[in-house]
Design a protein around this ligand. Structure first.
Ligand SMILES: Nc1ncnc2c1ncn2[C@@H]1O[C@H](COP(=O)(O)OP(=O)(O)OP(=O)(O)O)[C@@H](O)[C@H]1O
Length: 207
């Protein structure tokens, strides 16, 4: 059985008249951690959106788990995406947001209490997300993403707002995820995260 989780061939994306990705090739094996690195506007988020089935290619093929990514329930049972900050439910605390995530996924990867510990949120668990600091809110987003059952993580700038210590901790958490057989593709500007990963560029040149 192929262990190829992501298989991108000849991917070209034009947004408006703007050529964003051109003839991109990318193969990611199970258990790999891949960092998509490059300057602002080079197409990192666009590539992640293609992998998540949220951006159709202009030409070329994108295969995730052997099929074209589809923005449907079956796809999202295996894939967890960290993108922009979500809309938070009014009146719910940080803990309750994680409980909600746990309640809708029968086989959560960790309990709410351990997610609060791992993401250093236990002391602020009873605060609504909008009363958390930027970095704490990002840790809550990460907690929700990693609590969900998944075997492929797509992370767009997971380092946003995190202090240096937590970036190191996040790199370890991603290594643990990969050691358990998961696969990670992230867009990042962070040297710690990129340094612990195979680096690729959205322009197709290996960094
Ligand atoms: N809807 C759109 N229409 C036209 N061009 C767009 C659209 N969305 C993004 N772009 C352009 O596509 C290019 C790639 O954007 P993308 O967000 O993928 O870059 P990035 O590498 O993730 O950047 P950053 O490091 O700033 O997050 C940029 O030049 C951007 O201005």
């Amino acid at each position: 059985m192929s262990s190829l989780i992501v298989d991108v061939a000849g991917l070209t994306v034009e947004l408006g008249a703007n050529p964003v990705l051109r003839d991109l090739e990318l193969a990611v094996e199970q258990g790999e951690i891949v960092a998509v690195v490059g300057p602002n506007g080079s197409g990192k988020s666009t590539l992640l959106r293609c992998l998540a089935g949220l951006q159709p290619p202009t030409s070329g093929t994108v295969r995730v788990f052997g099929a074209e990514p589809a923005d449907d329930a079956a796809f999202w049972r295996s894939v967890a995406l960290l993108g922009d900050e979500p809309a938070w439910y009014p009146g719910l605390t940080a803990r309750e947001h994680l409980e909600l995530m746990g309640a809708v996924h029968a086989e959560a990867r960790m309990t709410v209490e351990s997610a609060l510990e791992v993401f250093a949120l236990a002391e602020r668990a009873d605060a609504p997300p909008l009363n958390l600091s930027t970095g704490q809110r990002q840790r809550l987003c990460l907690a929700a993403t990693l609590l969900r059952p998944s075997t492929l993580l797509l992370l767009d700038e997971p380092e946003r707002g995190l202090d240096a210590g937590f970036r190191v901790r996040l790199a370890r958490l991603l290594e643990e995820y990969a050691d358990e057989g998961g696969t990670v593709v992230m867009a990042t500007h962070d040297e710690t995260l990129a340094g612990a990963a195979r680096q690729v560029s959205p322009t197709g040149v290996t960094a």
